[in-house]
Design a binder for this molecule. Sequence first.
Ligand code: 5GP
Length: 359
Amino acid sequence: MKALSFDDISLVPRYNNIASRKFDGDKQHTNVEFGGLTLSAPIFSSNMDTVTGVEMARFMRHVGGLGFLHRFCSIEDNVDMYTKASSNERMFPNERPMNREAVVSLGVNEGLDRFHALYEVGARYFCIDIAHGHSRPVGTLIQQIKEFDEAAFVIAGNVCESMGAGYLADKGADAIKVGIGPGSVCSTRVKTGFGVPQFSAIKDCRRVNCFLIADGGIRTPGDAVKALYAGADAIMIGGMLSGTDETPGEIQDEPIWETASPAGTLRRKYKMFRGMASKEAQDDFMGEMREWKTAEGVEIKVTAKGPAGAVIADIMGGIRSGMTYCGANNLRDIRERADHVEITPNGAAEGRPHGKDRL
Ligand code: 5GP
């Protein structure tokens, strides 16, 4: 069976009933309901230690999305992080006095202990996040949380096909994270051969009636629109936010072109970005990487990008414009109204800016 990635398809426009092609905020909206929260942007930041700490979580709420705090720290540090992320103190000028909820993450090993500690300080949104979500310990942890408090909102993953998604939904998950192997710093497919190209993975999981989060492989606003079309209710991004001011970690600086005189040396500013299954992350978190394991992620340097606001604005601009291309009044409409064609590598190349190649 053939599976497709975002680059293998293109969306086909449909009649737009709205007066101009311009997004009309009165008739169109990008809201998404998520566990009692109304989000104005269907965007979540990845629970990675180089993407979402306190500042990113607060920033994501500020722009109408939601931050998923990472879990690669002690339970005490996680509690501290959640408390700061959800506190009422203002962090940005004009930060809205709104719900400052953040999602917290749980693994399966000490998942229940972490759950109780975070629940105690008020957390109600939990993301059980392991590399292969279609597995018994995840099902068990969902059930344990739901038995403790039926109203706790549980996101579980990751899966990449409908049997896995169906399993998590049956166990009581309120939302499912889709994506095995598409991530920008992920090497699961290279190391294990497993994973499903993301467009098809989302489409297949859509057969299950549950809130779907397309997690990984979104490199452009266009990919975000394709993910929503494929059936995602929201997207999760790591790489696109990496290197922004709001991510954890210091901006570093290195020479990229050295000359005899320091004045002529070109330098760049960068931040570290790493997969949570990379050797570097495992060494930091577990003390060292277990010898029977292979790293399924990599660590890279990304050029410092400045404020994350520009990244979110670009994605939201693409989503709004995409909605007008298919006459969608809301995000769900994209799925209903648009259509897609499969394209060749030539079609994909044609669709990228290529001005100088044609001279
Ligand atoms: P991105 O937006 O960078 O393409 O993808 C981010 C997603 O990659 C994360 O939300 C997470 O699901 C996934 N991810 C993060 N670290 C790793 C890793 O080390 N290995 C794998 N397989 N996936 C990872």
